[in-house]
Write a protein that binds this ligand. Structure first.
Ligand code: HEM
Length: 557
């Protein structure tokens, strides 16, 4: 709905804030989580009609969003667990080895992997009570245990059986408990590889964008510079995002007032936001020179695979000891498609789980709700799971399927059990960030309707808004180039001799030089998406939100 306020020239501070203004109210994170169970945010619905108590500032401690670091923790991450948990850290050290090439390898069945697995199988199931000493300790425990779970799963002997892959109780039980406390699924997430996995350049001082950015990555699978840089560059994108979040918060303040001065300031903030999004794009593009694409695709990425890696027919992962733990801990391991089944279908980590771009999308009112075609495809997938190529129903944590949403841009409500990529990725974000995104998506004064309303009388505002969307589209186009280099081009080639050695394949294949024919529509992301269709659609949705959409963007080859 359009805000029915006309611009007034008076000073913006002359009106006291109404009692339901979000700057006047307490944050809502501690309130009942109905909004989470109601499922996904629609970036266009903003269904509150101004009635919902719209609560905190966008940089709220309650949402674990820091003014200096955005979605990165504002306090130092724990480097290593001590005391009785040292045994987990030692198991991780042993899995990684002292230098690149010395650690375990995916599908490895050498003595090294067998001994390591045997040692894990004798580890005790530790009580997690002492981790409650601080949030950073719990986070470190999630990092360590999820890395251990992935090391264990991906060194399991290949088998033709369709049985779920077991995770031993010594890893799975504490992991389930810690996951439920953090509101994360019991699998490696972007939070583990990036948010909780960095130290700033000066570790004794709090991180910040300009003075003390992320400088060191603590945990990797391979010990390679490529893997460290992959996580570090994502952390640098996040810290650049802190300024974007600040601008969004200031803009929302102006949106509420919407007088002449406010519209002028909003125009300035949107221009600055465009610059900041461009900065995030620039940081993203440093991946092209800092990360070796071959190492990324053949050596690093296979460790990320989750329980759903083979699509809806995947056997999944079996979290041993699940029956013996509290209801709260066990519900975290359920997805709507796996209740009562042994094999749990969680997706591996993806930068698509970062809250930053989702927040910008919602703020700019980019609508990613499913099209009619996708809705039908999803329904078909539910009826014929074996034939389905697109994963539609692996929403973890909440055992409730997303509720149908208000129609968005003319699309009808989503069928039961269907979840878009964005909705699914929400479930892989730490709970406070998920709450933040949901909070933002129900903001009573969304940006786009106001910009459209004033488009003729205030063309500079509309141009600034479109400029911010253009910057976001540029980000997506550059990101598609990254995906093209790091995934498509690598999928077409055999790994070089050097990388073959690193992944434990000594013999040169006969057809090493021959490029393979790959249907790019068949390639999936680690988040389970049908890659290119999905990325193009995200890009096109960005263009569609513009008041004056212009030319189509970059096309993938
Ligand atoms: C080597 C580097 C990267 C690769 C190979 C890569 C790959 C992918 C893939 C395959 C997807 C599809 C979703 C899925 O996982 O199934 C995706 C989505 C996404 N990635 Fe990346 N990514 C990379 C770096 C980044 C970075 C640095 C960011 C910055 C924040 C980022 C942000 C996103 C976002 C926001 C999505 C959701 C789609 C969208 O909103 O357009 N990615 N990425």
């Amino acid at each position: 709905m359009l805000p029915q306020r006309s611009p007034s020239p008076g000073p913006s501070t002359s009106h006291p804030l109404p009692s339901n203004h979000f700057l006047s109210l307490q944050p809502s994170f501690a309130q009942p989580t109905e909004s989470i169970l109601s499922g996904a945010p629609s970036t266009s619905s903003h269904g509150s009609n101004g009635q919902a108590p719209n609560t905190a500032s966008l940089a709220s401690a309650d949402f674990d969003v820091d003014v200096r670091t955005g979605f990165l923790p504002g306090s130092k991450n724990v480097e290593r667990l001590q005391g009785r948990y040292e045994v987990w850290e030692e198991a991780l050290d042993a899995a990684r080895g002292n230098q690149p090439g010395e650690g375990l390898i995916v599908h490895g069945q050498r003595e090294k992997e067998l001994l390591w697995r045997a040692a894990i199988n004798t580890m005790p199931v530790l009580d997690t009570a002492d981790l409650l000493v601080s949030l950073p300790h719990l986070r470190r425990a999630h990092v360590v245990l999820t890395f251990l779970a992935h090391f264990y799963v991906h060194t399991t002997a290949p088998s033709s059986s369709k049985e779920p892959i077991p995770i031993p109780a010594c890893v799975s039980v504490p992991l389930l408990v810690v996951s439920s406390l953090l509101g994360l699924p019991p699998i490696l997430t972007y939070a583990d590889t990036v948010l909780y996995n960095f130290l700033p350049v000066h570790p004794s001082i709090a991180p910040s964008a300009n003075l003390n950015p992320p400088g060191v990555i603590m945990t990797t699978f391979t010990g390679t510079r490529s893997e460290e840089q992959f996580y570090l560059i994502s952390a640098l994108c996040e810290i650049a995002g802190a300024e974007a979040l600040r601008l969004m918060r200031q803009s929302l303040d102006e949106l509420f007032l919407a007088d002449e001065k406010a519209l002028r300031r909003l125009t300035i903030y949107l221009k600055k936001l465009a610059n900041q999004i461009d900065k995030i794009s620039d940081v993203t593009m440093t991946l092209m020179k800092e990360v070796d694409p071959e190492e990324f695709y053949h050596l690093i990425r296979p460790w990320f695979k989750g329980g759903d890696a083979d699509g809806p027919a995947s056997a999944g992962w079996d979290y041993l000891g699940l029956d013996g733990i509290s209801e709260e801990g066990s519900s975290i391991a359920e997805s709507s498609s796996t209740i009562g089944k042994k094999g749990k279908l969680f997706s591996g980590p993806s930068a698509g789980q970062s809250s930053l771009i989702h927040a910008i999308d919602i703020f700019l009112t980019v609508d990613h709700s499913p099209t009619e075609e996708e809705r039908l495809e999803a329904l078909n997938a539910i009826e014929h799971p074996a034939e389905s190529r697109i994963l539609v129903d692996s929403t973890p944590i909440s055992t409730h399927s997303p509720q149908p949403q208000a129609p968005a841009h003319g699309h009808g409500p989503a069928p039961k059990g269907e979840a878009t990529f964005v909705q699914r990725m929400l479930q892989y974000m730490p709970l406070p960030h998920r709450s933040f995104i949901l909070h933002l998506s129900t903001h009573p004064t969304p940006l786009r309707p106001l910009v459209v309303h004033y488009a003729n009388s205030h063309p500079a505002l509309a141009a600034a808004y479109d400029g911010a969307l253009e910057a976001l589209r540029r980000f997506r186009e550059k990101h598609m180039r990254v995906v093209s280099l790091f995934i498509v081009q690598q999928a077409r080639r055999q790994p070089s001799e050097r990388v073959r050695k690193m992944i434990g394949l000594d013999v040169s294949p006969e057809n090493a030089e021959v490029e393979q024919e790959i249907d790019i529509n068949e390639i999936r992301g680690t988040g389970g998406s049908a890659l290119f269709k999905f990325l193009k659609r995200c890009r096109d949705n960005t263009t569609k939100a513009m008041v004056k959409p212009n030319a189509a963007g970059y096309e993938l080859e």
